[in-house]
Design a binder for this molecule. Structure first.
Ligand code: NIG
Ligand code: FE
Length: 407
């Protein structure tokens, strides 16, 4: 592969330092180079610097004229449900008329309606649907994505989901405990089968396990049982917690040494303080809160208390039909009171930490994977400033142009 030189960039912006996750004041430290270049070789970043310091290279490179553009690290979406079939536009209309997300779920709609569509799609239909969704995410600047199962809730479909996520280049998370499927009368009986029949194979494909700890889904006791069994098989642990009610997700996440607890729209002061003292990252999903017209998570309080936070889309057909991390950054700035710098770090280096890739992804630095987003602006903060606009100009992944508006 010919090396790629991104030249004459108006700015290159990257979270400062080398550590992860970034917390407190470190979260807003961004290094910005003006008038800069980035050299990509063999899929990695081999040099970053000022144009005036660029010496003749002496070998063939492909050059990309980046005048008027700024570069940020490829975005890392550490929480999606992108592997789903069908859509829920009918429910969306019902919600606009006043039905709530939890009511629809309680009446067999919601997650279970996507379970029916996903089971019916079959493995090939699922691969096609995921490819379509991954294309949307890429155009929005996501170069690394995590995706969860959880729309199969049976042996074959859960595993088909995990396989297709991996084949699409995603980080696969096993969300077998997303909802109790209609074939089971209660969560305990379902968990029994899940852990016996699905876990051994799921653990071979997935990197992490996740559970929906919430009224109407799984209790803290059931979540503990599921996660403890998954940890024994070597999976990293994640939780959907405090989305509608505080049901013990933060204490459980801390107790089990989970990598993250995600949502936190219902988290109170004690939860904020506990999370801030821990190594668990709080993954905030403001697109989901907006889409369901729920309170926003206490992002400012978490950051000020010293908690590690990340931002993600939660891309799914029910609670967040949104594949765009730039939009999430706008919501972070306007709704969560995070600075653009904090938003950038939260969906690059800290998100990479959540998916255990912070040594390679989330920064524009020598030796890191050559994943970058070129923004159509000479100030990188347009990432958050341009609300739902066409801010992504070109996406570089593994040192090659993966998508460009110029094409
Ligand atoms: O993170 N709350 C649980 N799971 C997803 C929604 C899934 C769906 O509605 O299909 C979430 O919001
Ligand atoms: Fe989610």
């Amino acid at each position: 592969m010919t090396p790629l030189l991104l030249r004459d960039l108006a700015q290159v912006a990257s979270p400062a330092g080398r550590g992860a996750p970034l917390r407190g004041p470190e979260l807003r430290a961004v290094d910005v180079l003006q008038g800069a270049f980035v050299l990509c070789e063999a899929g990695r970043i081999s040099a970053v610097g000022r144009m005036r310091d660029l010496a003749p290279l002496g070998y063939d490179v492909e050059e990309l004229d980046c005048r008027g553009l700024s570069a940020i690290p490829g975005l890392v979406d550490c929480h999606t449900h992108a592997c789903f079939a069908g859509d829920r536009v009918d429910e969306f209309s019902l919600r606009a008329g006043g039905a709530t997300y939890e009511e629809l779920h309680a009446h067999g709609g919601g997650i279970l309606s996507t379970v029916r569509a996903t089971r019916a799609a079959g493995p090939v239909g699922l691969v096609e649907a995921l490819a379509r969704h991954v294309g949307w995410m890429l155009r929005a600047g996501t170069t690394t994505f995590e995706a969860k199962s959880g729309y199969g809730l049976d042996h074959d479909t859960e595993l088909a989901q995990l396989r297709s996520i991996r084949e699409a280049g995603g980080v696969a998370t096993w969300l077998g405990a997303h909802a109790v499927p209609p074939e089971f009368v209660d969560g305990d009986a379902y968990l029994e089968v899940l852990l016996e029949d699905v876990l051994p194979e799921a653990a071979e494909i997935a990197e992490a396990a996740d559970v929906f700890l919430e009224r109407g889904a799984f209790t803290a006791e059931q979540a503990r049982r599921y996660l403890a069994a998954c940890a024994e098989k070597g999976l990293a642990l994640r939780l959907h917690g405090d989305q509608f009610t505080e049901s013990g997700a933060i204490p459980l996440a801390i107790d089990l040494g989970a990598r993250s607890v995600d949502h936190l729209e219902a988290t109170g002061a004690a939860g904020v303080a506990a999370l801030a003292r821990s190594d668990v990252t709080g993954v905030l999903l403001p697109a989901s809160a907006l889409f369901l017209d729920r309170p926003m998570p206490p992002a400012r309080a978490l950051v000020d208390a010293g908690a590690a936070i990340a931002l993600a889309t939660d891309f799914n057909p029910g609670s967040a039909f949104c594949e765009s991390l730039p939009l999430v950054c706008s919501l972070a700035a306007t709704q969560l009171r995070l600075a653009p710098e904090e938003a950038l770090a939260a969906c690059t280096v800290n998100a990479a930490h959540v998916v255990e890739r912070a040594g390679r992804k989330g920064r524009i630095a020598r030796g890191f994977d050559a994943d970058l987003v070129l923004l159509a602006a000479d100030d990188w903060r347009h990432l958050a400033y341009h609300l739902g606009g066409f801010v992504v100009h070109t996406v570089i992944r593994a040192g090659g142009i993966a998508w460009s508006c110029r094409a």
